[in-house]
Design a protein around this ligand. Sequence first.
Ligand SMILES: [Zn+2]
Length: 648
Amino acid sequence: MKRFGHLRVAALVLLPFVLFQIVSPEAITQAAENRTVEGRLERRFDDSFDGKGSTSYYLNIGEERLELVSLGGIPEVRTGSRIRVRGRMRRGKLHVEEATVVETASATTALGDQHQLVMLFNFQDAPGNKPWTASYVQDLLLNQVSTYWQSVSYGQAWFTGDFTGWYTIPISSTDCQSSMKLAAENGARALGFNPDNYSHKIYIYPSGGCRSTGGSTWTARDSSGNFRSDVFLCGTCTTYSLGHECGHTLDLSHSNTLNCNGSTFGSNCTHVEYGDDYDIMGYYNTGAVNAYQRDFAGWLGTRIQTVTADGDFALSPLSVADTNLKALRIPQSYDPVTNSTTYFYVECRQPVGYDSFLSSYPGVTGGVLIRLGTIGSDVNKLILGSELLDGTPTTTGANEALPVGRSFTDSAIPVTISVLSVSSAGATVSVRFSGPTCLPSIPSVAINPSASAPAAPGTSVSYTVTITNNNSSSCAASGFNLQASVPSGWTASFANPSLTISPGASASTTMTVGSPSSAGSGSYNVGVTSTNSAYPAFAGSNSALQNLATALSVTVSTDRPNYTRKQSVVMTANVSANGSAAQGASVSFTMTKANGATVTQSAVTGSNGSASVRFQLKRADPPGSYRGRGAATEGGLSGNAITNFTVQ
Ligand SMILES: [Zn+2]
C-alpha cells in the first residue's frame, strides 16, 4: 500500500479519492523541484451539501496524479485533454508556470446513455447499516435522476445502470488508509460485475467513522479518450445529491453567483460558489439546470441564439421542454489564445415542470435571469461554471431577475438588455448594442394643494404643479407639455406650460384656475396631464379639488365668560365653508371695551379652520361689558360673528 503522507489527504473532508493511490514515494523526493510533465487533465468536485463546495484539477501522468495549482498557466480545461505542464513542486502540488495543449478532449460527454455501475456497500464494523433499500437507490437513478436529466437535455442524455445491491467490504468505517474504492470494486466482482467494463461508477455507502456526509465526483478520460467518472455518495442519497453528482459526470461545473457589491456587473465582483439557488448544480434544489450548463453540454441547438446585433427576442420558459428559443447568449469577452468566449446568458424561468418551486419566487419569474459563463478552453473561466448576476442589486432577497421595464447595460461592449414583457408564456427581451438605451416611463404629476381653500365663484385659485421625469438615466432631458382639464366654462393657465426636465429630476410651475361667477357652491375636479413631448404615449395625470362657496361660516368665542383686569382674553374663531373647515382664512379680531375703545389683532386659520389671538387686559381698562368680533376673509368670501364677555 502506497502512502500519501505529505499530500495532506487528511485535510480534505471527503476521503474517497485517497483510494486512487496516486502519488509514488519518488514524488516526495522531488518536492520543490522543477518538473515538466505530460498527462490528462482530471477534475474533482467536492460537495458537502451544506452550501460549500470546491473543484480541484489534477494531471494524471500515468504513474501519479498531481494536483495543479496556479491554473492561470493552464490553457485547456475540458476534462481529459492532454497537456504538458512545466512547474514547481511545492507540498506535493504542482504549481503551474507554463502549460501547452497536446490534445484537446472531445466535448461530447453529455450525450446519450450514461450507463453506471452502482455499488451499494457498507463497512465490516457495521454490516447491518443500510440507510436506503436497494430498490430505492435503483428507482432514484433510473426514474428520478434519469428523468430529470432526460428532461433538461431535451431527451439527449439519460442514465441507466447495473446495481450490485448491498454488500459489505472488508475494511472498517474507521479505516481511512485502506482503499475503499478497491475493496468496493472487489466486492462487486465477487457478485459477478466487472467494474473495468464501466466508464461511469457510483459508490454509495453510509457515513460514519472517518467518512463525512457528502458527495464527490472525479472526472477523467482514459488513454483511449473515453470520458470516465467516479461518484462517491457518502451518507446521502437523494434526487438532489445523486442528481447533482450525476451532473458532474456530464462534465458540468457548479451554478454560482457573482456578487458585484450593489451593481449587476462590474469590476468589483466576488464569485460565490453554489450561490445560484435555482438549479440542481447550485445549492439544494432540483430546479431546471440553467441555460449556460445546457449550452456547455451541447443540448440547446437552435434553442439558443448568439446575439451580436440589435433585436427583440421572445424567450420560452426554460423548463418547458419544447423546441422554442430558450436562451440568448451575448458575447461579453473573447480570448483568442484559448479560443474562449464569455457570454451573458439570458433565460426566462416560470413555475412549471422542474421549476414549479418558483411559484413563490416572483423576483425570479418576473423578469429574466442573466448569467455569465464561458465556452472554450480557458480553465480560469470554465472553473467558474455559471455565475448568476443580480438584476436588482440594490435590494436583497431572491429577486435576481432583471424585471420588466428595467435594463442592464454593460457599457464596456456596449450592450443593453431590456425586459419588455414577461408572462407564463415567456419573456420578450430587447438587446441593443448602441450603448445605454433610453427607457421612457410615465411622468409623475403632483398638485399642491390637493384641495383648495374655499373661494367665491368668479375668483381664481393658484396651484403648484410639480412634474417628475421618471425616464431611465440614459435618456436625454425631455420636454413635458402641461394640459389642464377643468369644468366647462372655467379657465386655466400655466405660468410655464412646457417644462424641460432631466431624468430623475422634478420641476414646478403655477397653475391658475378661474371659475365663473355663476358657479354654485361645491367641490370641482381640476386636472393636469403631463405629456413627454418625445414619447407622447407616456403621459401622467393627477387632479385636485377646487372648493367654491358663497360665504364663510364663522363662530367666535372667548376662553371664559368673565375676566379680571390682570388676565388676558383668548379669542378664537372657527371658520368653515360648505360645512368644511376653511384653512388659510384671514381673521381680524376686534375687542370693543366697555367705553367703546377698540383693539384689533389678526390671525390665519389652521387646518382645523381655527384661529386664536390673546388680548392682554390692563389695569386701566374699564370694567363692564365687552364685545369680541371675528371677521374672516378668504378667496373673495367673508363672514363674521360676535361674542360678549365681562371684565371686573
Ligand atoms: Zn458539486
